[in-house]
Design a protein around this ligand. Structure first.
Ligand SMILES: Cc1ncc(COP(=O)(O)O)c(C=O)c1O
Length: 333
């Protein structure tokens, strides 16, 4: 149960929820811990708020095919200047859904510091496609509601990213400064969007297209789309990592040889060409399939960890995913 007037702010997407949270609660010189790879928007927004991003790398477990939390590295990264840990589950770009033990380990670190807070970015919470995996709210752990700003939006859940309706939820002491800042940035979220969303949120719990609810249908739809793309990537010699949620596949491309010509090129976006950028250009030019390089999800000191990874999106029509798979197979299989 949350108190709508004092514990919720409706924002222009999760992006603005993040922006307002950081602007309202961060002081110049404060540190924000990011678990890397991390959604690239965080870096700029932390800088805009005068803060410093402090990276803590997730560990790539090659055998399990996933990225794991290193709780000791997280603990060691906290300093007296640390204001926030940003937790994003399900995670962009890896698709990892942090487990309950992962979250408990983070909560333990939070409890060790009186002023440490968490931003829990849960925009993909309804898109859990792995069997037997559930989403956990960090703020539901003992004592964590009072330490957490939970951020989400309608964009991913209802495939309406352009509508930009999001929200933050947390204790009144953290939400109040965000509410006070909001009218100085944007008076409010477009009212028709808020009206539409309030209606769709209650409809979404009802049976939909043969499923118990819209959310069940959504997960099922993405489970199928993920398989379609993952199979295509595998047939082209890439290794999709295990992913639990969201609509991205972080794929290990180490078995693909990137031609020298692409490695030698430089572009305004990548003046010092790296393998992941070169590979994405190679995929685009040769197969017409676009992927995102991993570098923007890492701070400079951790970029090498991502060198062999690129991110593919499967929030596309089945026809597009099948065509992409065919083209990848044709060119690289
Ligand atoms: C992890 C994460 N958080 C927040 C956002 C932004 O969400 P919105 O479109 O609601 O601003 C995105 C969008 O890509 C995202 O991947």
């Amino acid at each position: 149960e949350v108190e709508p007037m004092s514990e919720v702010t409706v924002t222009v997407g999760a992006s603005q929820a993040l922006f307002l949270t950081l602007q309202a609660l961060l002081n110049p010189g404060d540190e924000v811990i990011l678990l890397e790879p991390a959604f690239d928007l965080y870096y700029g927004q932390i800088r805009l708020a005068g803060g410093t991003a402090v990276p803590v790398a997730l560990t790539h477990d090659v055998e399990a095919g996933e990225w794991k939390l290193d709780a000791e590295a997280l603990r060691a990264a906290v300093t007296p200047r640390t204001k926030f840990i940003v937790l994003n589950s399900p995670h962009n770009p890896t698709g990892k859904a942090f487990t309950k033990p992962d979250m408990e380990a983070i909560a333990e670190v939070v409890r060790e510091h009186d002023d440490l807070l968490v931003i829990s970015d849960e925009v993909y919470k309804y898109i859990i496609h792995a069997e037997g995996v559930s989403h956990h709210h960090f703020a539901a752990l003992p004592g964590m509601f009072d330490r957490t700003v939970t951020i989400s939006s309608a964009g991913k859940t209802f495939s309406i990213t352009g509508w930009q309706a999001g929200w933050c939820i947390g204790p009144a002491r953290l939400i109040k400064p965000i509410q006070l800042l909001l009218p100085y940035v944007q008076f409010c979220v477009s009212t028709p969007m808020q009206q539409a969303l309030s209606r769709v949120l209650s409809l979404a719990d009802e049976p939909f297209e043969g499923h118990d609810s819209y959310y069940k249908w959504l997960s099922e739809m993405y489970r199928k789309k993920r398989k379609l793309l993952a199979d295509g990537l595998e047939s082209a010699g890439m290794k999709p990592l295990r992913g639990d949620g969201g609509f991205f596949i972080f794929a290990d491309t180490s078995d693909i040889e990137v031609p020298e010509a692409y490695l030698r090129q430089s572009t305004p976006a990548a003046p010092k060409m790296t393998r992941d950028w070169a590979l994405c250009r190679y995929l685009a030019m040769e197969a017409g399939v676009l992927a995102i390089p991993s570098s923007p999800f890492f701070s400079p000191q951790n970029r090498d960890l991502g060198g062999n990874f690129v991110r593919f999106a499967f929030c596309k029509s089945d026809e597009t995913l099948s065509l992409a798979s065919e083209k990848l197979k044709e060119h690289f299989g």
